[in-house]
Design a protein around this ligand. Structure first.
Ligand code: ATP
Ligand code: MG
Length: 434
């Protein structure tokens, strides 16, 4: 029998290892080889960085011809300060061993600063495309958004939950829901964690979830995926939806500060600029429609309206975010609380960022009778929602929350033209693999 202790568990490369004169050993992928005559540059791609090394036959006796793009190696050498290299250092190689060599060359230009291929090629060879440092940076930023979100939530007394994605009822209504057979029963993929996160407010007061959300979007837009990552929170004891909006403002500030502190590497690779957040302007849906100059009878903002409203507020206030409040109740889900002043509008808001909706949130109904009455008004059968209605039957505090789309946030932070580039393995109407 063998027993496994934790002593000597594998380490990983960090930039701290780059110190002038230090001996170094690291494992990486050969990103690019640039022969320069008497020597060659060998760029080594680690899990986060691309580090410059130099090969000369005087210093290194191992066979140079084995150093090809895509080969995985362990190298050793000496670190030397070199102002022109990434991170200000290079490694003078004195040994390397090949760990694994690919069977074929990359079908894409992985070492280019930007991939520069078509979206079709990018998605077809996705496993290769995301090896490009510019492409992969989006996913480190996504990690930072999630971690910034999680930290802020936990500092503010929210409990992390994970709720079922296989469900018996649709949360959001509408046609964009995936149906499937669950043994002998009809079932749906969760369109949001709405019901369960509300349920958990009665248990934990404040909850959050980072999990997949499914939408059967049939159109091929640059801002919709069929599976995306929802950053959701829900909290009790609120006075109004403005408490949720204040919470989101504080959350965004904290997330941006977290990215600034920990993700300069990726911000530099992508040339992204983080937004400055002080206060976020808020206007009603009707005011927003007016600013967008569209038809006053519209019941939702279309993508062009969202761009116009954002442009307007960026110019007027400098804010890259804007809240839109008081949407027509008919366009919001049955769980949204109606406004006391005007029951045709809901206590519900969107947050736009750089011309795109990234959040919908609001205050929810907490009273059992009010919820049943609203379902009936919306031609829904309360019997179809019996288990959901139990949470109100047995008591709920006043509460509200929101859903933030991770890929949309990353797309806008990095100014990506297509949301697919913010999803490792995007699911759209044409792609179920890779
Ligand atoms: P849209 O009107 O832009 O289609 P929605 O109002 O249907 O979005 P919500 O139900 O409000 O979306 O979902 C909450 C958040 O989840 C959105 O603000 C957005 O950030 C994100 N989101 C919604 N649908 C998608 C999708 N298909 N792909 C990626 N993100 C999405
Ligand atoms: Mg929405």
């Amino acid at each position: 029998m063998k027993t496994i202790g934790s002593a000597g568990y594998p380490g990983f490369f960090t930039l701290d290892a780059l110190k002038d004169g230090a001996a170094i050993t690291l494992s990486a992928c050969v990103h690019k080889v640039k022969p320069m005559g008497a020597f060659a540059f060998v760029l080594l791609r680690t899990g986060r960085y691309v580090v410059q090394a130099t090969y000369t036959p005087e210093n290194c006796k191992d066979d140079f011809s084995l150093l090809k793009e895509g080969v995985y190696v362990t190298v050793s050498g000496v670190v030397r300060a070199e102002a022109r290299a990434n991170y200000g250092y290079e490694i003078v190689l004195d040994r390397f061993t090949v760990l694994s060599a690919p069977a074929e060359e990359y079908p894409l230009h992985v070492s280019a600063r930007k991939l520069g291929c078509s979206m079709d090629a990018n998605l077809k060879y996705r496993s290769v495309a995301i090896r490009n440092p510019h492409e992969r940076a989006a996913f480190k930023i996504a990690e930072g958004v999630c971690e910034g979100f999680r930290r802020f939530m936990m500092q503010n007394g929210f409990t992390e939950i994970h709720t079922p994605k296989l469900t018996a009822t649709g949360d959001e209504g509408g046609a964009n829901i995936f149906k499937f057979k669950y043994f002998d029963q009809n079932a749906f993929l969760a369109q949001s964690p709405q019901f369960y996160k509300q349920t958990c407010v009665a248990v934990f007061d404040r909850v959050f979830e980072i999990d997949p959300v499914y939408r059967a979007e049939k159109h091929n837009s640059t801002r919709h995926l069929n599976e995306y990552t929802g950053l959701d929170f829900e909290m009790g004891y609120i006075d109004s939806m403005y408490d949720i909006m204040a919470m989101e403002t504080a959350l965004l500030k904290s997330m941006v500060a977290f990215l600034a502190e920990n993700y300069q590497n990726e911000l530099k690779i992508t040339g992204a600029t983080l937004p400055t957040i002080t206060e976020i302007p808020a206007v009603t849906f009707l005011e927003a429609l007016e600013i967008a100059g569209g038809n006053k009878n519209k019941r939702d903002l279309d993508p062009n309206d969202e761009v116009k409203v954002c442009d307007y507020f960026r110019e007027k206030t400098g804010s890259e975010f804007v809240f839109i409040t008081h949407f027509p109740a008919a366009k919001r889900p049955f769980y949204a609380m109606d406004s006391k002043d005007d029951p045709h509008t809901a206590e519900s808001f969107d947050l736009l960022f750089r011309g795109l909706e990234i959040t919908t949130g609001g205050q929810r109904i907490h009273d059992y009778y009010e919820q049943v009455a609203k379902m009936k008004r919306m031609n829904l059968n309360p019997d179809d929602f019996a288990s959901y209605l139990d949470i109100f039957k047995y008591g709920m505090p006043p509460h509200g929350g929101l859903g933030l789309g991770l890929e949309r946030v990353v797309m806008k932070l990095l100014d990506l033209p297509n949301i697919r580039q913010a999803s490792l393995f995007p699911r759209d109407i044409n792609h179920l693999e890779p």
